[in-house]
Design a binder for this molecule. Sequence first.
Ligand code: FES
Length: 274
Amino acid sequence: MSVEGATITRVQLGGTRGGPAVRTLRRDRWWVQPSISAFVLSAFVVYTTWAVFVNKDYYVGASHHRDLISPFFSPCVTRSCVAGAHGTFLVINWWHVTPALLILGGPLAFRLTCYYYRRAYYRSFWQSPPACGVADAHGRYSGETRFPLILQNLHRYFFFIGLGFNVILTIDAVVAFRLPGEGGIGVSLGTLVLVVNAVLLWAYSMSCHAARHLCGGHVNAFSTHPIRHRLWKLLTPLNARHMQLAWASLIFVALTDLYVRLVASGVFSDPKIF
Ligand code: FES
């Protein structure tokens, strides 16, 4: 069937790879999204690396009448953690470099293997392909069938590690209601920052495809699994916003570290709200 006046572009499936002279017929600004992804991800990596290795100003304690810890350094489980930042439940004596290195592997594995981030960094950094209808920059493609990319399949297990960190950061947010020396319990701007951070991390985790699969996967009839159906209906709208939640939680976790850092280093005081 032909439509009068329509332009027909022939599409060759499985066409030439490796960036031919004409990479795409697209005329829109397809490069904007991968460029923004590359910029934000690079900025996050640079900031996080700096914050991890500078290894100070990650905790605001009783001397400031607060109990705020950066999410990059929680749980602080080494003897070298600043006073007040670590609990007594688990203290590692033999680790002498920055304690954040012991922690970040878990959340990093969860984020790196996330289906959305995979799309973002495959497109922005590896250009494989950079966008729909744009030629792949590489001559060959083996997908995620071989090492190391086959490890991306571990995402469903890293999901549980991510949940563990969400629990810890939620406890940190609750502890942030402590205002030692200022009436004991209250709310400061720092409290709200840690609470929003925890909420965004939970929202990101609950919008994960693995979470939705846990509720609705391998179910032939929802009528016989009413609770799983209810959970699945609860998570599905979140899942539809996974991309937005991925960016919001990533950026906010860095902002939370920055906030704690600025208060701890004395750039400004954490204002008490009530
Ligand atoms: S798919 Fe993104 S966190 Fe699971």
